[in-house]
Design a protein around this ligand. Structure first.
Ligand code: GLY
Ligand code: MN
Ligand code: MN
Length: 432
């Protein structure tokens, strides 16, 4: 790992320490304990669900798989990391890497699951529900105070140089997976085999993915969060949509590509090209001071142009937006903040923590912020043929070319998604 990354990480932790010190002072706290979280067993079983540590814990520690551990922050003291590391011959003991960031913490290796030492006015954040000590903790500290958590969430909105390096590397690894997925599709692979090709090339096991990869052939490309992997390839290969990510030191990539198969109607390939153009045009508009909501609305206007240009909608582009036609073809938001969580925190609030909900007309939008340098967002325009959403339009006398829609429906849909850093002058596309 490069010396630059290590140096950036130490600077990241130093800046975090300063910001937390200010938060502690503002909330008159003498200690703040952040719980890593832990995996829970399936009901009545001794096997656990897959796990990722709590985001605010990862923000400091940069490891997404630490369990039963605590980080305690106190005024004018070094951060105290209580790492659960039992003597256990069933499992590989938890270890910290031999990396410079570890020296920023006082590390206590704990052979038991501890309750964190707290002093004075204390707060605890993290998923402590169900811990044996939960009652005792609630007496010693305020659990998950909203105002404090909103401030800490806000600290995650603008990324440090270290975080940007991690997000860039997560993208680089994920892109290798996407290339392998495309190659597998060309080789007529089944959804499961495309998934395995993706995991292999992006060097990760399935329990580590930041979200369940969406690998949809044909109509499955139009199921927005399609969650299965068919074991055999379909006879006709119209399309493939791959929405798949990668973590790097806890930070997520979230990339989508759509491909036309050998049996796709010709218009489908043209629509994919148009959607790439739409994605790039939206990215060209990104910069400090831009309202993400206005970019989302721009997506709808441009989507209307595409529907008209490709003969899907035979009315005016303006009416396609006004009548809600574009929302039937793209029901999700343009994108979201990206970081330690794929749908990262603080997307629907103002910088001062007051709510900034999605407008009623665009309820699925996850980001309503004014863009600032250092924010990282996804740009993911979509165009789908979802029978459930199109059905109500069929009874209306709308100038929709249903013959063409029905021809394209076998392809499911298109989504193209890149991860974008807002810079001082515009945007830097991390998905190269
Ligand atoms: N992969 C989930 C999303 O694109 O938001
Ligand atoms: Mn996304
Ligand atoms: Mn995605």
């Amino acid at each position: 790992m490069s010396a630059t990354l290590y140096q950036q990480q130490r600077e990241h932790i130093a800046a975090l320490n300063l910001a937390y010190q200010e938060c502690l002072a503002a909330h008159q706290l003498d200690s703040l304990a952040i719980y890593s979280g832990h995996a829970r067993n399936h009901f009545a079983d001794d096997h656990a669900t897959s796990f990722q540590s709590y985001g605010h814990f990862i923000h400091w520690v940069g490891m997404a798989d630490v369990q039963h551990s605590w980080l305690v922050i106190q005024p004018n003291q070094r951060p105290q990391l209580y790492l659960y590391a039992p003597a256990d011959f069933w499992h590989l003991p938890t270890q910290l890497p031999e990396e410079p960031w570890v020296a920023e913490f006082d590390v206590h290796l704990c052979s038991d699951k501890i309750t964190p030492p707290l002093s004075g006015r204390a707060a605890i954040i993290g998923d402590v529900i169900g811990l044996e000590s939960a009652e005792q903790l609630a007496k010693a500290a305020t659990l998950h105070p909203d105002a404090l958590v909103r401030e800490l969430d806000e600290l995650r909105m603008v990324k440090s140089a270290y975080e940007i390096t991690c997000l860039r590397e997560a993208n680089r690894l994920a892109v290798a997976g996407h290339q392998a997925a495309n190659a597998a599709f060309i080789g007529a692979a089944a959804e499961l085999d495309i998934q395995l090709a993706y995991l292999g090339a992006s060097r990760q096991r399935e329990s580590e993915v930041p979200y369940q990869n969406i690998i949809g052939l044909n109509q499955h490309a139009g199921v927005l969060h399609y969650q299965r992997y068919d074991l055999s390839a379909p006879k006709q290969r119209y399309s493939l949509l791959v929405d798949a990510g990668r973590r790097f030191r806890g930070y997520c990539a979230d990339i989508t590509r759509t491909y036309a198969g050998p049996d796709a109607p010709g218009e489908f390939g043209d629509l994919i090209t148009a959607m790439h153009g739409l994605k790039d045009a939206l990215i060209a508009h990104i910069g400090p001071g831009v309202e993400f909501l206005s970019l989302h609305e721009q997506m709808h206007r441009s989507l209307a142009d595409i529907l008209v240009a490709h003969g899907i909608y035979e009315g005016s582009a303006e009416s396609a937006v006004e009548e809600g036609i574009t929302r039937a073809f793209c029901p999700h938001g343009l994108g979201h903040s990206l970081g330690i969580q794929v749908h990262d925190v603080a997307g629907l609030m103002h910088p001062d923590g007051t709510p900034s909900p999605a407008p009623k007309t665009h309820p699925a939008l996850r980001l309503t912020r004014t863009l600032r340098p250092g924010m990282v967002v996804t740009i993911e325009p979509g165009l789908y043929f979802i029978p459930m959403l199109l059905a109500p339009l069929r009874n209306k006398a709308l100038p929709i070319n249903w013959g063409l829609v029905d021809t394209l429906a076998v392809c499911g849909g298109i989504r193209i998604e890149d991860n974008i850093l807002v810079t001082e002058n515009g945007a830097d596309n991390l998905t190269q």
